[in-house]
Structure formats: structure tokens, C-alpha cells
Design a protein around this ligand. Structure first.
Ligand SMILES: [Zn+2]
Length: 109
């Protein structure tokens, strides 16, 4: 990767992660999107097991009752970031490449 984050922020409402990249691209990431794409082994296994058509009648799990948020982010080497979520999950290492695939372009920054 020849681009890297130059700034990490939460948006004004604290609902999204905003990353400024060295090529002037700004991308916004919903917390749930990041959490759903967690690349750690545990989450990859879970996604594999998830049924294609989930049961529409589900109660909220305790984790879902608390709004999900990103509570921490730290660089791992020079190629990735570890993201910690408010549900206590912090083992996901997101490579810069993956982070460029996720989120959406934002021009209003
Ligand atoms: Zn995970």
C-alpha cells in the first residue's frame, strides 16, 4: 500500500469513523460495517456458520442493546490498524488495503 491514514476521527455525532488518507481521500465507516467485517479468526468462523436466511424473529442480544461504537484504534506495524469496539471486541486487525475497500467516499470533509 502506498497510501496511509493521516487522520482518524469520529464524526460529529460519534456514529461513524472518518479516515483521511494520504492521497486526500476521505472515507466514512459505519461502526456496524466495520464490526461485521472484522477480519479476526473468530468472526470469520462465525460468518461462515451464519445461515443464509437468518430467522426474522430475533431478540436483541445484550451487545445489541448498547449502541456499537469504535472505542479505540492503534496502528499495527505500518500496514494495519487494530480496532476496538464498545462490545469489548478488539482482536480484529484491519489492513490498510481492507480499510480502503470498506466505508464510502466522502467529499463533504
Ligand atoms: Zn473479530
Amino acid at each position: 500500500m502506498d497510501v496511509y491514514p493521516t487522520q482518524l476521527n469520529l464524526d460529529e455525532q460519534g456514529r461513524e469513523l472518518v479516515i483521511q488518507w494520504s492521497d486526500d481521500q476521505t472515507r466514512r465507516y459505519g461502526f456496524k460495517e466495520l464490526r461485521d467485517n472484522c477480519p479476526c479468526a473468530t468472526c470469520r468462523e462465525k460468518r461462515k456458520e451464519a445461515p443464509a436466511a437468518p430467522n426474522p424473529l430475533q431478540v436483541l442480544t445484550p451487545e445489541q442493546l448498547v449502541p456499537l461504537a469504535v472505542v479505540g484504534m492503534r496502528p499495527v506495524g505500518n500496514y494495519a490498524y487494530a480496532i476496538a469496539f464498545s462490545d469489548g471486541h478488539d482482536t480484529g486487525i484491519y489492513t490498510l488495503e481492507r480499510l480502503r475497500e470498506l466505508g464510502r467516499l466522502s467529499n463533504d470533509a
